[in-house]
Design a protein around this ligand. Structure first.
Ligand SMILES: NC(=O)c1ccc[n+]([C@@H]2O[C@H](COP(=O)([O-])OP(=O)(O)OC[C@H]3O[C@@H](n4cnc5c(N)ncnc54)[C@H](O)[C@@H]3O)[C@@H](O)[C@H]2O)c1
Length: 307
């Protein structure tokens, strides 16, 4: 009886009509509208007044990083991806979502979509020219563009191996170098290279030796560049995700339904991560909250690497 009564009471209270009536009468009583409450966070996590750039941001983790930046106050941002049309659509959607989820207006944002193949040095240089022409500075850059393929070592065609290194390794290097070229004259900035837990462990059962090696290279590239640029104010860190549910992994799982169960059983937290699970880490690394941190790897993998 007691539980039934409580359930009735709960459903009555949660009816929208009652909720809105309560708010209206409360507002009438007070005759003023309650001020909008902004969440209280440590100010150094804010990305207000920072220009952010994310590669591979038309979808997947890169796109989620952009969402996290906007939620943390960033209003000037460049979405870089292979196809300019997709980058522009993503830029438009980002602003649209930001306006729906807050009281911001379109004109509060300057978000651009830039087409660029990160495996081409010239293409990356041109993309940064567009960024600098548009914003005049760049504060936080994330190199997220990357690919994975699963071939056993004997079956992997060399042209595909080369393309993977061109995107994952050289793409990260070109992005970091152009970012630092812009950041050093302005006094510094933060660069985050997206590596992977595969930089530290050998994934099973799928074979992916060149991918694992490419991510180990990215992680050490981050530490090495961090030392080169430390006194110039440019910080370089790597973010290494575990198994996350994005287009990249969904493509692999589409061919093998059992694989998801295997990956989950190998992860101590027993599940794959959602892209938003990286939001806290990427905002921390991109913002002044991590200002004394450089050359470090942050792993967000549900505990995968510790067993
Ligand atoms: N998803 C995971 O589980 C996972 C785990 C660890 C690390 N990572 C790494 O995170 C990064 C992002 O992965 P994701 O899951 O978001 O992948 P995704 O395939 O969903 O998105 C990758 C994006 O990069 C873009 N891209 C690919 N080649 C490019 C190029 N040459 N130039 C410019 N853009 C290019 C794609 O168009 C796409 O928009 C990758 O570096 C990946 O290795 C992903």
């Amino acid at each position: 009886m007691k539980i039934a009564a409580l359930t009735r009471l709960a459903s009555y209270i949660s009816r929208p009509s009652l909720a809105s009536r309560t708010i209206v009468s409360h507002a009438r009583m007070q005759s003023t509208v309650a001020p909008r409450r902004t969440p209280r966070v440590l100010p150094s996590f804010s990305l207000e007044n920072k220009v952010c750039v994310v590669t591979g941001a038309a979808r997947g983790l890169g796109n989620e990083f952009c969402n996290a930046f906007v939620q943390s106050g960033c209003t000037r941002l460049a979405i870089i991806d292979l196809k300019e049309s997709e980058a522009k659509v993503a830029a438009d959607e980002l602003v649209q979502n930001a306006c729906v989820n807050s009281d911001s207006k379109r004109e509060d944002f300057q978000v651009i979509g830039v087409g660029c193949d990160v495996s081409s040095e010239l293409s990356v240089q041109k993309a940064f020219e567009v960024v600098m022409d548009t914003f005049g500075r760049v504060d936080s850059v994330v190199a997220s563009a990357g690919i994975v393929e699963n071939y056993s070592a004997f079956d992997y065609p060399f042209d595909r191996i080369k393309r993977l290194y061109d995107i994952n390794v050289h793409g990260a290097f070109f992005t970091a170098r152009e970012a630092a070229r812009s950041m050093i004259p302005q006094g510094g900035g933060s660069i985050v290279l997206v590596a992977s837990m595969s930089a530290s462990v050998v994934n099973i059962p799928q074979p992916q030796t060149p991918y694992n090696a490419s991510k180990a290279a990215v992680r050490h590239m981050g530490s090495s560049l961090a030392v080169e640029w430390a006194k110039k104010g440019v910080r370089v860190n790597t973010l290494s995700p575990g198994y996350m549910l994005t287009k990249l992994t969904k493509t692999i799982l589409a061919h093998d339904a059992e694989l998801k169960k295997t990956w989950e059983s190998l992860t101590p937290m027993g599940k794959m991560g959602e892209p938003e699970d990286l939001s806290g880490a990427i905002v921390f690394l991109a913002s002044d909250a991590s200002r004394f941190m450089t050359g470090t790897e942050v792993r967000v993998d549900g505990g995968y690497c510790v067993i």
